[in-house]
Design a protein around this ligand. Sequence first.
Ligand code: WTA
Length: 662
Amino acid sequence: MADGDTELEARLVEQEEFEPSEEFVAQANVSDPAVYDEFEENWPECWERAAEMLDWDEAYDEVLDDSNPPFYEWFTGGKLNVSYNCVDRHVENGDKNRVAIKWEGEHGETRTYTYQDLYREVNEFAAALRDLGVEEDDVVTLYMPMIPELPIAMLACARIGAPHSVVFGGFSADALATRMNAADSQFLVTCDGYYRRGDPLDHLDKANEGLDGVDHGVDATVVVDRLGDDGFGHDLKGNQHDWGDLLDEHAGERIDPVERDAEDMLFLMYTSGTTGQPKGVKHTTGGYLAYAAWTSQAVLDIEKEDTYWCSADIGWITGHSYIVYGPMALGTTTVMYEGTPDFPNRDRLWDIIEKYAVDIFYTAPTAIRAFMKWGSRFPEQHDLSSLRLLGTVGEPINPRAWKWYYKHIGNEECPVVDTWWQTETGGMMITTLPGVKKMKPGSAGPPLPGIDAQIVDTSGEQVDAGRAGYLTVNKPWPGMLRTLYNNDERFIQEYWQEYSDTDSDDPDDWVYFPEDGAKIDGDDYITILGRVDDVINVSGHRLGTMEIESAIVGVEGVAEAAVVGGNHEVKGEAVYAYVITEEGQDEDEAMRQRIIEGVEDAIGPIARPEMVVFTPELPKTRSGKIMRRLLEEIANGEELGDTTTLRNPEVVESIQRQVESE
Ligand code: WTA
């Protein structure tokens, strides 16, 4: 390698290619390849195409104001309301009886909200919030599981111009308090509890504990009664109100949607960064909604007649953009499921797809790997022929899992879109347009029209096809974060400093750095190699841990793997592999050998794992991300850092014991 120090070594085996079927292309929302050139030649005015998908109360003056980078403004001067765009206009346009939300609880109970129902409840709850003292620009925290009241509360906030900050229901009391404190949020909407693997969980207890940690006054808390008779008998405190009572009080009330400036904040979403303090990513009204709507239409191919299901949790950005805002801006039917995919059986998701005749399904690679581990007999029990398109998001998907998804869920008929994006980007950035582009398993695809993504070396020079480097985004886009809440300085530090001339006010000198490693091929297809903090350096060679994992997961009998760098006297760093095997697979020396050979075959002896540790689980955060830091600490025999944010802290000890006994 010419510049071994600054490049990752990307050697994923030559990818196979798949074309979308003629039938899919014929009906696709976007099927003309000219869209790429149109956007490029007409940038930034091309983004009017997204803005035109919305109803504006006042037309915008300018598509993009880039006079003060990196504080870009989109659709400046325009005014609109997100709740109007996601609810009212569908009621007015003859779609009031179309189902907006199809919800299923873990025990199989269902609730159906038409757009008319949604309109009624959003209005009533907006009236209730006003009555509780919520004013425009007050941040309302929503700490709820997957129940319909969550999107209803989001839309009610949007209606009165109060930004929401959704805190994932699985987060701890401390996490709730930290986020309420950071946002100076004086209102909370939560619930008594919810079901997990059949049992009721006490959520209000956790919420109350969180409230105790809030260091300013909390004016009001609203509590949804989810559990009914299964509840935990909490008495509501003085400033706590029952959701149902509030709706009764405000029955039939209508609240005019507040005209919001395109650049007014729609929501905050806290996400983890390199430091312990979560970052409050700020998204705005016009650009965000336009971008969510456009990508829902162009990439997910959503039409309003569809039944669409994203199995993410609304507590994450994927749920915000692709359960709530994008799909509802398009007026489609969005499915919500409360529980886990293996309750009561491992076919639950396929059962839901069959029952509701789901057209489009969007999920995460980690889920796909679990499905693969459980085996194809579960999807085979169901008729999945309603599906037209499949999607993935959140992490790289290795070709083997991609192909399993394509074959066993999509019956080799549905295109798969592997969508790269981040909390910060608001919507999808790199993926195939399914009606235009061929698919290459393992590679997300080219940048979407209008997105200028490049792969560069440490000095910012573009690398050649086939080489790896760092992903950058060299032009702004409507869905981008505007800043980190109350912290412009950290915003610049985290995302721009690396590749920008921060003294310049020329937008061409400003480059967004997502902190992902990636490589690009001759067709402009980008393969994401993972966060650059997951890169290890073995004997002076940089290797993407994701790449090694992909090789290991490609070995027959392996379900999931995590690779980290451990200190090594000679090599600098060595590869430590933590491996989950498929059910029934022997975890013996022969298997270990096959894994090592698999890595050597795919990447080379340089990436040969120093140690292969079999484990039934990997330590994961509550959002499902593998905690590599802990695995590194175990590999290095170091004292373990904080494990309290783990979903499964007990697994750490058992892995540690194994490593020590080797
Ligand atoms: C990773 C989730 C590979 C990436 C929407 C990014 C992906 C981080 C993909 C953002 C993908 C997301 N292929 N990697 N298709 N999608 N990532 O903020 O490292 O939770 O930087 O947003 O997930 O995670 P976040």
